[in-house]
Design a protein around this ligand. Structure first.
Ligand code: GLV
Length: 320
C-alpha cells in the first residue's frame, strides 16, 4: 500500500506528479494558507507532510499525526516547525538549503541597491508626473561602490552576498557567532564584533536564521550604534528586527533607510507604520522567487519526502 502524504498548498503539476508516483496525495488546492482545522484533520493519518513557511507545524500537529515520519519544508528557514517535538517522535524534518542561495543573494543585493539609490521612489516620481527637470540634488541616494557592508551571519547566503558586494568594490565586514577564519582570506572579508560592525557599516545586512534566541537581535540599542547614513537590509526573517525600534530610528534620522523583504507578521498590514516611510523599500518575502529556484525548492522538498518514505536518507535534513 502506498504511503499517504498531505501537501499544504497547490504545487506545480510536475512536482505533484513526481509525488503521485509514490504516494496517496491529499493537497490543499487553494493558493492560501491551509486553515488550521483542515491541517489538523488532514494530517491525522499521513506519513508525510509537505509544508511551506506559512504553516505552523507545532506540537499539536505532530502529536495529532501518530504515523508521521517526515515533515518537508519548502524553504530553507524552518522556524515554522517545532523541530524538537518532531525529534522526540523520531520524525525527520527537512528544508531546502543550497538551491536558493544565489537567488536570495541576488534579491538581497537588488534590495540594497534599490534602497540606496531610491529606485522605487524615483520610478513613482516619474509616473506621478513630478519630473519637471534634471536637478543637481534630485533623488540623491547613498553610494554603493566603495562603501562598507556589514554582514551579520556568514552562512551560505551571507557569503553569496559578500561575493556580490566584492564585485561592487565594497569593503566587506562580517559578524558571526563563530568566527570563520578560512573564509576571511578566501572572500576578502574581515571579522568584527557586532558593535564594531554596526558602527562601521554603511549597509548592515541581516542574514541569520530565526530562532527565539535571536528575536529582535537588531533592536533599539543596535540601531543606535549605526551610522546616520546607514541602511539596514533584512531578507531573513522579520522577527530578527524590532520593527517599532526601526521605525523610531528611521523617523528620528538615526539611520538613513531600510530594505525589508520580511516582516514580523506576514503579510504585513498596509497600515504598518514602516509602509508610510519613503526611505523604506518593502517587498513581500520574495528572496528566492525566481521560477527556476522555486521549482528547484519544490522538487527538493518532494525528493526529501520520497527518500524518507522509501527508507533512504533524507537529502537535506535539519535534524539527525
Ligand atoms: C524563505 O524565506 C526560505 O526560508 O526559504
Amino acid at each position: 500500500m502506498k504511503s499517504s502524504i498531505y501537501i499544504t498548498r497547490r504545487l506545480p503539476d510536475s512536482i505533484v506528479e513526481s509525488l503521485e508516483a509514490y504516494f496517496e496525495i491529499k493537497m490543499w488546492e487553494e493558493d492560501t494558507p491551509v486553515p488550521r482545522e483542515v491541517l489538523l484533520r488532514e494530517t491525522q493519518n499521513v506519513e508525510g507532510i509537505y509544508c511551506l513557511l506559512t504553516d505552523t507545524i507545532d506540537e499539536e500537529v505532530i502529536k495529532g499525526a501518530p504515523n508521521l515520519k517526515v515533515i518537508s519544508n519548502m524553504a530553507v528557514g524552518f522556524n515554522n516547525i517545532d523541530v524538537e517535538a518532531a525529534e522526540q517522535r523520531g520524525i525527520v524534518v527537512t528544508n531546502t538549503p543550497g538551491v536558493l542561495t544565489e537567488t536570495t543573494a541576488d534579491l538581497t543585493f537588488a534590495l540594497l541597491m534599490s534602497t540606496a539609490r531610491r529606485i522605487l521612489e524615483a520610478s513613482d516620481y516619474l509616473r506621478n508626473g513630478d519630473w519637471d527637470t534634471w536637478s543637481p540634488m534630485l533623488l540623491t541616494g547613498q553610494e554603493v561602490h566603495g562603501s562598507t557592508i556589514g554582514i551579520i551571519g556568514l552562512g551560505r547566503i551571507g557569503e553569496a552576498v559578500a561575493r556580490r558586494a566584492k564585485g561592487f568594490g565594497m569593503n566587506l565586514l562580517y559578524y558571526n557567532r563563530t568566527r570563520k577564519i578560512e573564509k576571511e582570506e578566501e572572500i576578502g572579508i574581515q571579522y568584527r564584533e557586532l558593535n564594531e560592525l554596526l558602527a562601521e557599516s554603511d549597509f548592515v545586512c541581516v542574514m541569520i536564521p530565526y530562532s527565539p534566541s535571536v528575536h529582535h537581535f537588531i533592536g533599539k540599542d543596535e540601531l543606535a550604534q549605526m551610522k546616520t547614513n546607514a541602511i539596514l537590509i533584512n531578507t531573513s526573517r522579520g522577527g530578527i528586527v524590532d520593527e517599532e525600534a526601526l521605525y523610531e530610528a528611521l523617523v528620528n534620522k538615526q539611520i538613513w533607510g531600510a530594505g525589508l523583504d520580511v516582516f514580523e507578521e506576514e503579510p504585513v498590514s498596509l497600515h504598518h507604520p514602516l509602509l508610510s516611510l519613503s526611505n523604506v523599500v518593502t517587498l513581500p518575502h520574495i528572496g528566492s522567487a525566481s521560477v527556476k529556484t522555486r521549482l528547484k525548492m519544490a522538487q527538493l522538498a518532494a525528493d526529501n519526502i520520497i527518500h524518507v518514505l522509501n527508507d533512504k536518507s533524507p537529502l537535506t535534513p535539519v535534524n539527525s
